[in-house]
Ligand binder design. Sequence first.
Ligand code: MTE
Ligand code: MO
Length: 310
Amino acid sequence: MRIRSSEITSKALYLRRREFLALGAAGAGALLLPRHARAAETPHGRKLDGVKPGQPSTEEKKNSFEEITHYNNFYEFGTDKDDPARHAAKLQTRPWTVKVEGECAKPAAFDIDELLKLPLEERVYRLRCVEAWSMVIPWDGFPLATLLEKVQPTSRAKYVAFETAVQPKNMPGVGAFGAIPFPYLEGLRIDEAMHPLTLLAVGMYGEELPKQDGAPIRLVVPWKYGFKSAKSLVRIRLQETQPPTTWSQYGGGTEYGFYANVNPEVDHPRWSQAKERRIGELFRKPTQKFNGYADQVGKLYAGMDLRKFF
Ligand SMILES: Nc1nc2c(c(=O)[nH]1)N[C@H]1C(S)=C(S)[C@@H](COP(=O)(O)O)O[C@H]1N2
Ligand SMILES: [Mo]
């Protein structure tokens, strides 16, 4: 048995519906209370110092800390949306190093506590999951380009591969029956990786990143479907060839592409991508091309057939 994200989506919707029915006429305010409020409260992380406001940042209403930490995809901890909130506390985030290697002059292993000393900015970004839900999240972090520049990529560095942590004893989803293969692998083209919108997040709401959101450091690529934003990074590799990624190989490669730019005009094989459900809101809203970041990133794909290069 393999777990399909469509099943997960319908399960999540089923649970939402059940929650909705249970609330009945309790009033609109109650609808904002996630059922996940019943899952353990998320411990607050250490406050981050000197975070400066950064651009672009959306003015849209931010999702709450509780929403952002109780409705997650982090398959290493299970496939239900509240599994990460339940189990991610076991993730060991110290000591933690991020190796940056491959096609570069100065490969290095960076200690997370050194990376936390880099100048941090807040970027309020939309996150659009391929399952057609979305959130608005105030990340704290620095551009991925800042880290890549430190290792001096060579001219052969055409792509960047990302590898995330595997701690089998701490991750109930790793090796579980029907689970996807781990480590979770992602990748970007070098110009996407160097783009100023592409962030390494080390925090959220001004605090060190909660474990279920990918502590201690995760990728955030706001114009692509959420699965590109790999959590709990341990290795970043510059390379000449396009790296294999977990989801582009999944289901024989028919489900999710390497590029995975948010595009309301290209449906998933089993559902439409035209609209999305913002967590905490009642009505679906139209999905925007490149998740609303077309002005910034559209030119990266000039001349590419975006239907073909999903
Ligand atoms: N390591 C890892 N990273 C991951 C995932 C995962 O299962 N494992 N899920 C992805 C998916 S599908 C989404 S939508 C986002 C969700 O991020 P959030 O839970 O912080 O909102 O994380 C992405 N990064
Ligand atoms: Mo996702």
